[in-house]
Design a protein around this ligand. Structure first.
Ligand code: NAD
Ligand code: DAU
Length: 352
């Protein structure tokens, strides 16, 4: 019999890659994509799957318990891969409550529905989470699965809280679960509020490139398709009640990453070397800006045999090419409300 797998947030950046992978790779699964289509959700990300028999989409807000329960009851859900979330740190600083509602309350509503109507005998609830729950690192060291939680932003506090609820449901109600905590993703279909697509969009349009503070903060970047592959492995082979860290072993200072991007964009756009770099503008730092993230993914690598499939140069080139080749996608998502968001987020940032 077909297994019904509910994927939440499947119209977003990472979710769309996970949905595509599962629909194409597992014809014996019915993939049920449940997404509220917020500003970050976009069905154009999944247009190629519309005619697939083992795929269906439902526009549902996970904070709506009645609607969520209806789906669980009518579809007999075996397992959940939960990605739906408010995901942008800067937005969480402006509006923390929205993050509590979706990321905490929404997760608890899904847990309740899975407990009441899901296949808790042989299915599992997989919470896709972030390395930001561990807080920030200094110059040395990496986050492991035993690093204490110490979230610094409203976003990471909401994700830490939802991780705790998932674990608590495991202990209290014996709900089968698994959690993964991943570092920064890059790749196609990422909403251009995040560093890389925002910079690509601005370079193309000759707009200033707003680097927060001195640009010294460090992130560990992973190609989104490799995150989707890791999710596949953890979903199928991860031990219940365990956490797995996922990362690219690929640390970059923001300013070095932006300079590398400028160099590649100059080449691809036929500009003189150094032209795009002139757009770099240092602006007021993000409040509570975590200094450095770095993931130790050795548990996932040794226990489940996952490693990234591409190196950064390959993944980064492919990513840049995708945004240049999909001008219409970028134009669509940056029209309308994006302009208002951009104005609000960046107009009061002083140039340093
Ligand atoms: P995203 O913002 O691109 O997509 C989020 C998706 O969730 C969108 O499709 C949106 O419509 C949907 N959504 C939001 N609120 C909803 C609600 N109330 N009900 C139903 N759907 C709702 O996010 P992303 O970057 O793809 O991240 C996906 C998940 O992975 C999140 O849980 C995030 O915390 C986690 N994560 C992201 C990264 C990263 O680098 N982007 C890294 C590690 C973990
Ligand atoms: O580590 C995983 C997390 O990575 C995910 O859980 C989050 O959902 C995801 O948004 C991402 O969080 P970051 O805050 O690290 O990503 P962002 O792309 O917003 O910023 C990356 C770095 O670039 C960060 O140090 C802030 C900086 N930055 C960002 C923007 C948008 C700038 O300097 N200028 C900018 O305009």
């Amino acid at each position: 019999m077909k297994k019904n797998i509910l994927i939440t947030g499947g119209a977003g950046f990472i979710g769309s890659h996970v949905v595509r992978r599962f629909v194409n790779k597992y014809p014996d699964y019915q993939i049920i994509n449940l997404d509220a289509l917020t500003y970050a959700g976009n069905l154009a990300n999944l247009a190629d799957l519309e005619s697939c028999q083992n795929y269906e989409f439902h526009k549902v807000d996970i904070t709506n318990a009645t609607e969520v329960e209806k789906i669980f009851q009518s579809k007999k859900i075996d397992s959940v891969i939960h990605l739906a979330a408010e995901s942008h740190v800067d937005r969480s600083i402006s509006n923390p409550l929205e993050f509590v509602m979706t990321n905490v309350v929404g997760t608890v509503i899904l847990l309740n529905a899975f407990k009441a109507f899901g296949n808790i005998e042989s299915g599992r609830f997989y919470h896709v989470s972030t390395d930001e729950v561990y807080g920030t690192l200094g110059d040395e060291g990496k986050f492991t699965e035993t690093t204490p939680y110490s979230p610094n932003s409203p976003y990471s506090a909401s994700k830490a809280s939802s991780d705790h609820f998932v674990r608590a449901y495991g202990e209290t109600y014996h709900l089968p679960f698994v959690i993964s905590n991943c570092s920064n993703n890059y790749g196609s279909h990422q909403f251009p509020e995040k560093l890389i697509p925002l910079m690509i969009h601005n370079i193309k349009n000759n707009k200033p490139l707003p680097v927060y503070g001195k640009g010294e903060n460090v992130r560990d970047w992973l190609w989104v398709n490799d995150h989707a592959a890791a999710i596949d492995v953890v979903f199928h082979h991860g031990k219940l009640s365990e956490t797995y860290n996922i990362g690219g072993n690929n640390e970059w200072k923001n300013i070095d990453l932006v300079k590398k991007l400028c160099e590649i964009m100059d080449r691809k756009l036929g500009r003189t070397k150094g032209d795009s770099e002139k757009l770099i503008t240092y602006v007021t730092d993000r409040a509570g800006h975590d200094f450095r993230y770095a993931i130790d993914a050795s548990k996932l690598e040794t226990e489940l045999g996952w490693t990234p499939s591409v190196n950064f140069d390959q993944g980064f080139e492919r990513t840049i090419d995708w945004y240049l080749e999909n001008e219409e996608w970028l134009t669509n998502v940056t029209s309308g409300n994006y302009q208002l968001y951009y104005q609000k987020m960046y107009e009061n940032r002083e140039t340093l």
